[in-house]
Write a protein that binds this ligand. Structure first.
Ligand SMILES: [Zn+2]
Ligand SMILES: [Zn+2]
Length: 349
């Protein structure tokens, strides 16, 4: 097939255009996918505002996509036209020490879709052979709506966090930061068996976005004493797990004081380069035998688990995919994201 398609193309900071571009070819080992939906990530907004030196412009954006396989390249086995797929979109090499250990999200040569390979904010995208070979393509069972399947990639990052935190049935989980990823982390913690969810957020608009999800306690630490509330909710022990999904130093510094002994603190959100040195009281970590873990990105196994949970129907996907718009509405999506009125905006070509 040849022809043209609509795509969202990154050119430079502040210069992203909706353009007509050629449909990508589908070579040996590749899969071409007709895109049904692509969610807009916070990193896509950051790219627009500040640019991203890792992106080779001009580049079709978008890594949170789903679609139907439209063409199977020569030599590809195990995939057929018409199957719905999603991806672990940071494509690993399969060979380095980290890939060998089963940590492809930490691959020494990670190549993300929408950065170095054209992404999914388009009519079609072609999945590179390296991604197909290394298991980055995950099938979606029938019955999962496209706008829900598009959530598999961001949710997979929260699967990584919840696995890393070793959340157990009955745990009390504190999530600090109720942006889209904070809310998704809280939803995922519930999938992992958390019995009590406390969500803290200093922005009241964002905090109000949590209400439909039925978390147990919403706290605004700017006006309420978070530590006092967490202790009151946990018989004075502290949370079993605290996930810091706010990109700021104070919550990272404060989180070890909010978990019980042998509890876990997860640094989910990253701090900006050059502003990531924090001041940490090591005594609670030492005397409390705490674990402080980081999580970054996700593996194909995390994506597969996210898909399984989405297919099971218990993830509140309708609430998480808060807006469904067309590709032409990217800037409307950015406005919604900046004002904090949206969780995931999903674009449909
Ligand atoms: Zn993303
Ligand atoms: Zn690797």
């Amino acid at each position: 097939m040849s022809g043209s398609m609509k795509a969202i193309v990154y050119h430079a900071p502040g210069d992203i255009r909706v353009e007509t571009v050629p449909v990508p070819s589908c070579g040996e080992g590749e899969l071409r996918v007709k895109i049904d939906a692509c969610a807009v990530c916070g990193t896509d907004l950051k790219t627009y505002l500040h640019g991203n030196p890792r992106i080779k412009a001009p580049m079709v954006m978008g890594h949170e996509f789903t679609g139907l396989i439209e063409m199977v390249g020569e030599g590809v086995e195990g995939f057929a036209a018409g199957e719905r797929i999603v991806m672990a979109t940071s494509v690993s090499c399969g060979k380095c020490a980290y890939c060998q250990r089963g940590w492809p999200n930490l691959c020494a040569d990670l190549v993300p879709m929408g950065f170095s390979y054209p992404g999914g904010m388009a009519g079609y995208t072609t999945i590179p052979a390296r991604a197909v070979e290394n298991g980055h393509v995950v099938k979606v069972p029938e019955g999962v709506k496209a706008e829900h399947a598009a959530l598999a990639e961001p949710l997979s990052c929260t699967v990584n966090a919840c696995e890393n935190c070793d959340i157990q049935d009955g745990d009390t989980v504190l999530v600090i930061g109720a942006g889209p990823m904070g809310i998704m982390n809280a939803c995922m913690a519930r999938e992992f068996g958390a019995a009590k969810l406390i969500v803290a957020e200093i922005n009241d608009t964002r905090l109000a976005m949590c209400e439909p999800f039925g978390f147990d306690r919403l706290v605004n630490p700017a006006t309420e004493d978070l530590a006092e509330i967490v202790m009151a909710e946990t018989d004075g022990l502290g949370a079993d797990v605290a996930i810091v999904a706010a990109p700021a130093a104070p919550p990272q510094e404060g989180a070890p004081l909010l978990v019980r002994k042998r509890g876990t603190v997860c640094l989910f959100a990253s701090l900006p380069k050059g502003e990531s040195t924090i001041s940490l009281d090591s005594r609670p970590i030492h005397y409390g035998e705490l674990r402080v873990v980081g999580t970054s990105d996700s593996t194909p196994a995390h994506v597969a688990r996210a898909v399984q949970l989405l297919a099971g129907g218990s993830v509140p996907a309708d609430g998480l995919a808060s807006h469904v718009l067309g590709l032409d509405d990217l800037f409307k999506a950015y406005d919604l994201m900046q004002s904090g009125e949206s969780l995931r905006v999903v674009l449909k070509p």
